[in-house]
Design a binder for this molecule. Structure first.
Ligand code: DQA
Length: 150
């Protein structure tokens, strides 16, 4: 079975507490359960990783080389500032899909810039938890050619 790595960046661990009008009332633990279920529906196994630190995210992407077939990434605020994260994604060459809970294009102007997009095959934004399911389906098509097992 193909394996995917789902990476969440800074403050995603505070889901539920953090600006619930923007990010919703469900917790990070709820998100992890949602991702596990969506992955298994797509015939994939998912490992979830969350960090508030850019370097730890880069380390995790590097460690994914040879171990994962696809990456779903919500780099959170690092989306708009980090060059190291897209560089790491390009370095390992693992197909990646960027996801955001909120619609980054209809918020503050500084959120409209994503350096991560450059290293991803697709971006899904503004669909809450469902966006992760969509990202997983996009990866499944990219990695398995749409077949649920390969
Ligand atoms: C976010 C959007 C980012 O602009 C913000 O910094 C986040 C979360 C989202 O999921 O909507 O922390 O990536």
């Amino acid at each position: 079975m193909k394996r995917i790595l789902v990476i969440n960046g800074p403050n995603i661990n505070l889901l539920g507490l953090r600006e619930p009008d923007i990010y919703g009332t469900k917790s990070y633990a709820d998100l992890v359960s949602f991702i596990r279920e969506a992955s298994s529906k797509a015939g994939l196994t998912a490992d979830c990783f969350q960090s508030n630190s850019e370097g730890a995210i880069v380390d995790e992407i590097q460690k994914a080389y040879g171990n994962f077939d696809g990456i779903v990434i919500n780099p959170a605020a690092y989306t708009h500032t980090s060059i190291a994260i897209p560089d790491a994604l390009k370095a390992v060459g693992i197909p990646a899909v960027e996801v955001h809970l909120s619609d980054i294009n209809s918020r503050e102007p500084y959120r409209r810039v994503s350096y991560t997009s450059d290293a991803c095959i697709a971006t899904v934004a503004g669909k809450g938890f469902e966006g992760y399911e969509e990202a997983i389906r996009i990866l499944q098509t990219a990695v398995c050619g749409g077949k649920s097992r390969a």
